[in-house]
Write a protein that binds this ligand. Structure first.
Ligand code: ZN
Length: 324
């Protein structure tokens, strides 16, 4: 019998130790892997990294009790040995390793294997049981080389400016905006950031990331500059910038119809997630004896892992799962 039971009730619950992993609803004790809005809630007590703590504070979702752990150092929390490892997804994003009686369980929320110029590089420990998110867990999702995508994005910005228009890059305020800035650094662009993106970039700067020159955007501004705006605010922002073209920056841009879906003039496939080949590579590096998948293409990815000889199941079903 394994030391714990893993249940899925809208989020992953390590039943024996009563720890929730990235729950969307408020819980008594939770691990928060990173500060994207679909991973945070107002819990009573949390385990998290310093970076995630800073971003959560800015997003006003701080818990009563925060256990902030440095990466790579094992600590006993409520009698359980836990270690955080960088996940490479956004600044502060973490994987959680839980150890009891020589059994190791690794949970990864969103993660990225390729180097992320605006986040810590992922570190991958070995574990017996791996619980992983599988957002792009279908073989159709293989991302093009990052350098190629960045070169295309820079060309598009330059040509748009040469035509007297303002390029507007639609990118999430936390993570993607900072990656866009660091990737497009040193090319002579001047950046204007929507307030939400500006605030997150300020925090990332305080956490030690360097960015090219940028300013907080104000209505009417944009001529001769590259504007960065969160996708959900574009309808508000676009009437307030000079004549412009828009581009969505997202892993979903690997789908040729993405720019129509986002109502943008162009789409660039720069993702802060692992693509399908990297999800497989990640499992190989963890070398688990058991894999549980959640979110995205969880069932398809678990089926592919079984075909490769792993014991694997999708977890996002309401029934209880007892291991070993
Ligand atoms: Zn995320």
């Amino acid at each position: 019998m394994f030391w714990t039971q893993i249940r899925y009730h809208g989020a992953i619950h390590l039943h024996t130790i009563d720890l929730w992993l990235d729950p969307r609803a408020s819980r008594e004790w939770a691990f928060v892997s990173h500060a994207h809005s679909d991973h945070i809630a107002a819990h009573r007590a949390v385990i998290l990294s310093e970076g995630t703590h800073r971003f959560m504070r800015a997003r006003r979702t701080l818990p009563d009790e925060a256990t902030i752990l440095p990466f790579g150092k094992t600590r006993a929390v409520r009698g359980v040995n836990v270690t955080l490892y960088p996940a490479g997804h956004i600044l502060g994003s973490a994987q959680l390793l839980v150890e009891v009686n020589d059994q190791r369980l690794l949970y990864s929320g969103d993660f990225k294997l390729q180097p992320n110029s605006a986040a810590e590089t992922i570190e991958i420990p070995h574990a017996d049981v791996l619980v992983m998110e599988t957002t792009f867990g279908h073989r159709r999702y293989t991302f093009p080389p990052r350098a190629e995508v960045v070169a295309q994005m820079a060309d598009w910005c330059r040509k748009t400016l040469e035509e007297g228009l303002t390029p507007v890059l639609l990118a999430y305020s936390l993570g993607k905006t900072q990656e866009v800035l660091t990737e497009l650094a040193g090319r002579g662009f001047h950046f204007l950031l929507h307030d939400a993106a500006y605030q997150m970039t300020q925090l990332a700067e305080e956490l030690g990331v360097s960015f090219p020159a940028h300013e907080r955007w104000s209505p009417g501004w944009g001529e001769g500059c590259v504007v960065v705006c969160p996708p959900h605010l574009r309808k508000w922002l676009l009437p307030r910038v000079p004549a412009c073209r828009t581009a969505i920056v997202s892993g979903w841009a690997v789908d040729p119809s993405a720019r129509y879906r986002y109502g943008a003039d162009a789409a660039f496939c720069l993702s802060d997630h692992a693509d399908y080949p990297d999800l497989l590579a990640y499992v190989e590096r963890v070398q688990p004896s058991r894999v549980l998948t959640v979110h995205g293409y969880a069932s398809e990815f678990a089926a592919e892992l079984r075909r490769l000889g792993y014991q694997a199941n999708a977890l996002d079903k309401p029934d209880q799962l007892e291991l070993f």
